[in-house]
Design a binder for this molecule. Structure first.
Ligand code: BES
Ligand code: ZN
Ligand code: ZN
Length: 473
């Protein structure tokens, strides 16, 4: 399912071409007839985005993304154009892209949109409708290295989508850990997997409590990318929620549909694996560590119960008032564990709350920060670059009172409002370093196609993290 992206210096007469152009100025060397040029001119005037010319041995498709005075929205239009033209060209085994717009249309964005559209999840179909498009050639001045980078970013997003689309029946906590290890062997990061004994000896009470109802053992995976010439003094840590399935536990989710997609609940972990894969594959010189606590959340005779008090890894006591608020229980232990690395910055990603999804839908990522104003703003900038945008929530002190417990240090349930924020406040109890929390419950999964992001798992967050870490000073 890989899409190769390569340079091609000479165009043959049989190559189907995708041409990025804002006008007909540079079309002269394509041997077009006068009436073809006039037709293209006419269509461009009418603001048609996709103009198709069928020639004897090839198809020419002229593309002009919708104008937008906002630079970032124009980039996004360009990605979306990749998606819009995809159905028309997917029958080809390869296609050649040529940009004749004198740089006013961004080739990278178009490539990204097109390559990300070239995805389906076929794993469990006995009759597979396999993808035909294997290579996207580019006839431009873009360096091989740049094309390789785009290829690897796209590959990482697809890896994340595959992991998230894989059902719980085929992806238990140990499988998720093994998949991380497999990706690391391919791209170059190292994976250490803690199994139940080790997690017990570390006394990761939050992870163990959620795992009590499971028939499978939990895992805690440490992914490390430490290239030779890394430039950051202290590591950047990515923490991903790895709930491989969330029934809610004893506070069972209502069956009417709300459980159907709960294999999505390891999307934070999937995003961390995808981002690490892209960073290692492209040899980004930053020291990055991924932490993934993983288990499913189920009811059983031994399941943790509302009313329980749990002692966490950092010795905080937590009153459990809803077993469906399990993500924060396992993340808290990972966040406390992160302290031992004396990190420069920790970013956690989690499908944490329905509240986040209800607030902004799938159009972006709900964010919060503590001690990381500057880093958050840089991440928001990456959000604009990649159109994986951040919507920052207020994180006022006032909310702290909502997670106070009568009988323990804190409780795992907030008040009747601001559910995404009180979940964030719970996590904030466990951090002492610069920290950004990303609640991806909305964008991690879509029930119908969201442009080039596909249907089902989107992989949203991978390009964001990559852009941020790569560009971080
Ligand atoms: N995994 C869910 C959140 C979720 C909802 C993810 C929708 C993806 C789509 C999380 O564990 C959860 O159940 N949260 C509860 C918390 C509540 C009990 C405080 C919620 O948001 O309802
Ligand atoms: Zn839950
Ligand atoms: Zn959950």
């Amino acid at each position: 399912m890989k899409t190769f992206i390569k340079n091609k210096n000479t165009i043959s007469e049989k190559d189907n071409l995708l041409i990025l152009a804002k006008n007909t100025d540079n079309l002269s060397n394509l041997n077009l007839q006068k009436k073809e040029i006039n037709y293209i001119k006419d269509q461009l005037k009418k603001d048609v985005e996709i103009i198709t010319i069928n020639q004897y041995s090839r198809e020419l498709i002229i593309l002009k993304p919708k104008d937008n005075h906002d630079h970032y929205l124009f980039l996004e239009e360009t990605r979306c154009l990749g998606f819009k033209v995809y159905d028309q060209i997917k029958k080809n085994s390869y296609i050649v892209i040529k940009n004749l717009s004198d740089g006013s249309i961004n080739t990278e964005a178009f490539l990204e949109g097109l390559a990300l559209s070239n995805y389906n999840f076929n794993e469990y179909k006995t009759k597979k409708d396999d993808i035909k498009l294997h290579t996207i050639f580019v006839n431009s001045s873009l360096e091989d290295e740049k094309l390789y980078e785009i290829e690897k970013i796209v590959e990482a997003v697809k890896l994340t989508r595959d992991l998230v689309n894989t059902p719980f029946s085929h992806l238990k906590a140990i499988d998720l850990a093994n998949e991380a290890q497999k990706a690391g062997k391919e791209s170059g990061f190292k994976t250490t997997i803690f199994t139940k004994n080790k997690i017990e000896s570390l006394k990761m009470g939050g992870l163990l409590a959620v795992n009590q109802g499971s028939i499978d053992e939990p895992t805690f995976s440490i992914l490390e990318w430490k290239p030779k010439n890394y430039t950051n003094k202290k590591p950047i840590i990515l923490v991903g929620k790895g709930i491989v399935y969330d029934t809610g536990g004893l506070s069972l989710k209502p069956t009417a549909n709300s459980m159907d997609i709960m294999k999505v609940d390891m999307a934070g972990a999937g995003t961390v694996i995808g981002a690490m894969h892209a960073l290692a594959n492209t040899n980004v010189q930053k020291h990055v560590i991924g932490l993934i606590p993983a288990t499913d959340n189920r009811p059983s005779g031994n399941a943790y119960a509302p009313g329980d008090v749990v002692t966490m890894y950092d010795k905080t006591t937590v009153e459990v008032l809803n077993t469906d608020a399990e993500g924060r229980m396992i993340l808290a232990d990972a966040l406390s564990y992160a302290q031992k690395y004396d990190p420069e910055l920790v970013i956690d990603l989690a499908t944490l709350t329905g509240s986040a999804a209800n607030t902004i839908g799938h159009f972006g990522i709900v964010s919060m920060q503590e001690n990381a104003r500057k880093e958050h703003d840089l991440l928001a900038q990456s959000g604009n670059n990649t159109h994986e945008r951040l919507a920052e929530m207020p994180f006022w002190k006032d909310y702290d009172a909502l997670i106070k417990s009568d009988i323990a240090d804190i409780k795992n349930l907030g008040g009747p409002f601001g559910g995404a924020i009180t979940a964030g406040k719970f996590l904030a109890h466990f951090i002492k370093y610069p920290w950004i929390h990303l609640d991806i419950a909305g964008p991690a999964w879509v029930s119908s196609k969201y442009q080039y992001r596909s249907k089902g798992a989107t992989g949203m967050g991978v390009r964001l993290l990559y852009d941020f870490i790569k560009n971080k000073k």
